[in-house]
Design a protein around this ligand. Sequence first.
Ligand SMILES: [Zn+2]
Length: 232
Amino acid sequence: MQKPERAMFITAHPDDAEYLVGGLVSQWSRAGVDVAYVLTTNGNKGTEDPEVSSDELAEIRACEQRRAAARLGVRDVRFLGYEDGVLEPSIDLRRDLTREIRGWRPDIVLTFDPETRFMTESYPNHPDHRATGDAAVDAVFPAARDRLTFPELIEEGFEPHKVSELWLFATHKPSHWVDVEPVWEQKLAALREHRSQIDPAGVENDLREWSGIWAEGSEFELAEAFRRITLD
Ligand SMILES: [Zn+2]
C-alpha cells in the first residue's frame, strides 16, 4: 500500500511532523488522503525566553501547528495536551491514542521509531519521541484492534479498528523513502510557520542537512525515511 485512504501522524511536539514527514503529508493530502495529526504533548518547554510562560508558549505553538498543518492540507489536528519533556509511555497515553485511532480509523499510522535511542552520533533522540513511538505502536497493536482492551472506549462509542500498516520515522532501519525535492517549497513553508522555534535564516540549511541524513541508503538526495511494518 503506497497511498492509504486515511492516515494518522502521531508526533510529540509542534514542528516534529513538519521536520520529519511534511513532504509525505503534502503529497498525500494533495492526492486526496484524509490526514490527521495527533500531538501527544503541548510543546510548552520549547523556549529560552524567560518572558514567556509555559501556558503562553503552549497556546502559541498550537496556533503555529494549526497553521503549518493547514498549509499541508491536514484535515484534523488533535492535541492530547501532555506536558512537554516528561512524557512516559503510560497506559493513560496508550488509551488516549487508542481512542484517536479508533475515532479516525486510519489505514496507516505513522509515528516515531521507538527503537531510536540516538538520532545521530551527536544527537540523542528526545525522550518524548521515544515515549510517543512506544505508546503509539502499542495503541495500534493490539489495543485499537481488541474489543476487550479499554472497554470504557466501547462505552464512549469507539469501536475496535484494525490498522494495516505502521510507518516509523526518525528510524535507523528504513525500508521506504519519499523524495522531498518535488515538495520542498511546501515542506519549508510549513516548517517556517513554527516561528517560535526556528531561525528563519538557518532553517532551510538545517532541513537540508537532516533530509540528506534521512536520504542515506536511498536513490534520493533529500528524503524522508520510513520503516514499514505490515500488520496481518
Ligand atoms: Zn520533537
